[in-house]
Ligand binder design. Sequence first.
Ligand code: NDP
Length: 242
Amino acid sequence: GTALAGRRAFVTGGSRGIGAAVAREGADVAITYAAARDAAEGVAGEIERLGRRALAIAADSRSAEALAAAIDRAAGAFGGIDILVNNAGIFAVGPVDALAIDDFDASLAINLRAPFVAVKAVLPHMGEGGRIIGIGSNLATQAPQPGLAAYAASKAGLAMMNRALARDLGPRGITVNTVHPGSTDTDMNPADGDHAPAQVARTALGRFGRPADVAAAVAYLAGPGATAVTGTSILVDNGANA
Ligand code: NDP
């Protein structure tokens, strides 16, 4: 859309899936990736061909130094950052006896600690009107099957952290919100995967989500219509949690 034209965004994990869809929403954008360099450069190149500024930066979210350096680099290139989208995430699942402590640590590091790191790093570059958006999960508020302890905890933590940050940053005119996707067709959760039919059956609308569904909610929160919205969450889950 045009609502985000000229705004400067930073999206973690923009090489594919939901993050790539968010990056395509219309702002100038820097995306990070952990490994998929070609895919990330492909997304950035596609956005540049539409006439917007785009950067693809290698930055593993597990490293606070790498993530902060990526944010500084993007802010330097764009002259500031207006929108931060903490999207990069991993889905480590398994029954508690099989789930390794390393899986728990990685879930917290990428899904929860990195968003905190990114907020700290972006603030020197973000002024009045800034928007911070986390990509949570509908599993942050419901655990409909076993195996979700690490993932659900990381996403519930992210949502509550963002509500708390809304209080810290409200006086600076910065909003902080969370978008909770439900089952969304990406490499993480393909619509033709073994577990997809059960996920569709759980929804009110009887459909699997698309990355663009989630990106539309992010664009709303990042855009001029959401000035009064902070400290809350939007579920984009086809009614799975209804
Ligand atoms: P994908 O696995 O399809 O893509 C993940 C993205 O995050 C990639 O760009 C990947 O980069 C990046 N990433 C992963 N680990 C790291 C890391 N350590 N450092 C930097 N970047 C990293 O996931 P989705 O698009 O499906 O998920 C995006 C977000 O949405 C996640 O937070 C996920 O938990 C959430 N979500 C997804 C749902 C779904 O059904 N798909 C449902 C609910 C929430 P690279 O390509 O280099 O690996």
